[in-house]
Write a protein that binds this ligand. Structure first.
Ligand code: ZN
Length: 207
């Protein structure tokens, strides 16, 4: 009887250890969430379960596991902002990701903005987790997770007058996007076993 009780105790402590997995720690301590009110002002809010569901899906993948672990180890807080307008999603700055649940609408608008979306972009029929995986690729914690450097899109050049002119490099933006698509989004798509994003700006530039 004593032995049985002991086994039960071990079992109980093991299962409580399992509950405190990285993803639970991440959800509990490393995210903040914001919405916009009708005036367009941001306010802190509880992350919707429907978002958490997709973050958990991402966290099950090898790339997700690395990102979530890195977040905890570096004590980073990742911000999620539910975009006021559908078109505000999907973008990331520092460790904040703007998202929307209206993925179909977002995709329709994307097609209006970019009627020549290259073949193989594979953005139809995707879910929020795939888009989150991509955006994690633009975050600081995503870079730390894979040991990547910052790609600064601003390039400063000295001109003949001695002044320094700062310009915005489209080439660098492309590098940044292709890197996020390859190392984060496609790594995640491989895990989900869904078609890869082959194209970003032009056909087959990602792969
Ligand atoms: Zn991107």
């Amino acid at each position: 009887m004593k032995k049985l009780l002991f086994s039960i105790l071990i079992f109980t402590s093991l299962s409580s250890f399992a509950v405190n997995s990285d993803i639970d720690i991440f959800i509990e301590n490393h995210i903040e969430h914001f919405n916009y009110d009708s005036e367009g002002d941001e306010f802190a809010s509880k992350a919707p379960e429907s978002l958490i569901k997709y973050i958990r899906k991402f966290a099950e993948s090898p790339i997700g596991k690395i990102v979530i672990r890195t977040t905890i180890e570096n004590d980073v807080t990742v911000g999620f902002i539910q975009g006021f307008y559908v078109d505000d999603a999907f973008q990331a700055f520092d460790n904040t990701i703007v998202y929307t649940f209206e993925i179909e609408k977002w995709y329709e608008n994307k097609l209006i903005e970019f009627p020549d979306l290259p073949k193989g972009a594979n953005l139809h029929n995707i879910e929020l987790d795939v888009l989150l995986a991509h955006e994690f690729g633009h975050t600081g914690v995503g870079r730390i997770a894979l040991g990547l450097s910052v790609i600064d899109p601003y390039v400063s050049t000295s001109v003949s007058t001695g002044n320094v002119v700062t310009t915005f490099s489209r080439k660098k933006i492309r590098q940044e996007e292709l890197r996020a698509a390859r190392l984060f989004e496609n790594a995640y798509r491989t895990f989900r076993n869904i078609p890869l994003r082959r194209s970003y700006y032009v056909e087959n530039d990602v792969l």
